[in-house]
Design a protein around this ligand. Sequence first.
Ligand code: TYD
Length: 146
Amino acid sequence: MVNNSNTVFDCPIIHFPKIQNRSGTITPIQNELEVPFAIQRVYYLYDVPGGESRGAHAHRELEQVIVAVSGSFDVTIDDGRNKKTVSLNRPYFGLHLKPGMWRELSNFSSGAICLVLASMLYKESDYIRDYEEFKIFKSDLIQRFL
Ligand code: TYD
């Protein structure tokens, strides 16, 4: 469902379980349990050159959980009114991005791997890639809720 009323304050950090023993650690992530939606797609971002940033778009309906499974990077989220930067640097923390959130990923450490758990299959028409269009999308919704 299209939802443009979400704010940056609706995007929590999820703490995933850690099963630790002498020989290492497992973090399990299960559909609709640790992640509060049905996962339809998994992708990961890697080999990001130093100084590059990714994202710079929003989604109309897609929900995502973003995890730094290796290394670290920053995620700046913007709801059209408020901005928040979250540093992800542990494989057992996930940032839950609700629909209607402009995001930018930056400051990738060398070898960083960004795992994304997504609620929908890839759909280009779900993207908003123009910031002005995003502001209109958000203000439309805000007006409808007033
Ligand atoms: P995009 O989501 O814009 O990447 P980022 O936000 O990390 O900069 O995707 C980059 C390209 O990859 C774009 O042409 C679409 C394609 N793509 C797929 O085909 N399937 C996918 O699941 C994803 C995430 C991207």
